[in-house]
Design a protein around this ligand. Structure first.
Ligand code: 13P
Length: 257
C-alpha cells in the first residue's frame, strides 16, 4: 500500500498578513512539479492569513493547500471569537488541524469537542488533521499507547469508514513539541503503528492502510529522513521548521528521495 506523503506546516500564532504573503510566495517560488508526485503540501497559518496565502497559491497556480488550526462545530451563531466550517470553506481552505496539544492544554479542548469538530469538518468536506499525543508524565508512566489509542477512539466516535478515510491523524508527543527533543524514529513508529492498528480495529485494515498518519514534534531537515522512512509515518506536521522557507522546502524535498 503506498500512501501519498503529506507535509503540513503549522504556523501556530506566527506571521502577520504581510509576513504570511512573503512566506507563501517564497514557498511558491521554490515549487517544482515533482513535489506534487511525492507529497501533498499544506500550510496552516492563522485564520487572518488563510485567504492571503490561498490567493498567493492560486495566483501562481501551485497545488499547495491551506488549512486552519481550529474550527467551531456549529455553522453559525452566538459563539464570539469562533470560526465555522462554512467560513473556512468559502476561503478555499481544504484542511483543518484539530485537537492540537496546545489547544487541549491552553484552551481546554476535550476529546468530545475534537470529535464534534471532526464530524463538522467531514460534513463540510474539509479534511481534519486530528492531533493526538502524550505528555512526558504519561510516557514516563509507560501508558503512552493506551493514552494515544483512547484519544484516537474518542476522536472517531460515530464516524464511519467512508468518513474516516478523509481524515489524517498526527502523532505529536507533547514533550517533543518546540523542545528540539524529537521522538526517535523507533518511538514515533511504535505509536504511529499503534494508531494504525486502532484505525484498523475501528474501520478495517483496508481503510487503515489508506489513511495517513503523520509525526510532529521538532521535525527538521536533520531528522526527517529517518522519521519518514518508518513504515507507518506518512509525513510531518511541522511547527518551527515550517516558518522558514529553507527548512520547510528541505522537509518537502526529503519526500522526493
Ligand atoms: P515543532 O515542530 O515546533 O516542534 O511543532 C510541532 C507542532 O506542534 C506542529 O503542530
Amino acid at each position: 500500500m503506498t500512501r501519498k506523503r503529506l507535509m503540513a506546516g503549522n504556523w501556530k500564532m506566527n506571521k502577520t498578513i504581510g509576513e504570511a504573503v512573503v512566506l507563501a510566495q517564497e514557498i511558491c517560488n521554490q515549487y517544482e512539479e515533482k513535489w506534487d508526485d511525492a507529497c501533498d503540501v499544506v500550510v496552516c497559518p492563522p485564520f487572518v492569513d488563510l485567504k492571503p496565502a490561498k490567493t498567493v497559491f492560486e495566483f501562481d497556480r501551485v497545488p499547495i493547500g491551506v488549512g486552519a488550526q481550529n474550527v467551531h462545530w456549529e455553522e453559525s451563531g452566538a459563539f464570539t471569537g469562533e470560526i465555522s466550517v462554512p467560513m473556512l470553506k468559502e476561503i478555499g481552505c481544504e484542511w483543518c488541524i484539530i485537537g492540537h496539544s496546545e489547544r487541549r492544554g491552553y484552551f481546554g479542548e476535550t476529546n468530545e469537542e475534537v470529535n464534534k469538530k471532526a464530524k463538522a469538518l467531514i460534513a463540510g468536506q474539509i479534511k481534519p488533521i486530528i492531533c493526538v499525543g502524550e505528555s512526558l508524565a504519561v510516557r514516563d508512566e509507560g501508558t503512552t499507547l493506551d493514552f494515544v489509542t483512547a484519544q484516537v477512539i474518542a476522536a472517531f466516535a460515530g464516524i464511519d469508514a467512508a468518513q474516516a478515510v478523509k481524515c489524517v491523524v498526527a502523532y505529536e508527543p507533547i514533550w517533543a513539541i518546540g523542545t528540539g527533543r524529537t521522538a526517535t524514529p523507533e518511538q514515533a513508529q511504535e505509536v504511529c503503528a499503534a494508531i494504525r492498528a486502532t484505525l484498523a480495529e475501528l474501520f478495517g485494515q483496508a481503510t487503515a492502510d489508506e489513511m495517513r498518519v503523520l509525526y510532529g514534534g521538532s521535525m527538521n531537515p536533520g531528522n526527517v529522513d529517518l522519521l519518514i522512512a518508518q513504515p507507518d509515518i506518512d509525513g510531518g506536521l511541522i511547527g518551527g521548521a515550517a516558518l522558514k522557507k529553507e527548512s520547510f522546502v528541505q522537509l518537502i524535498e526529503a519526500c522526493l528521495k
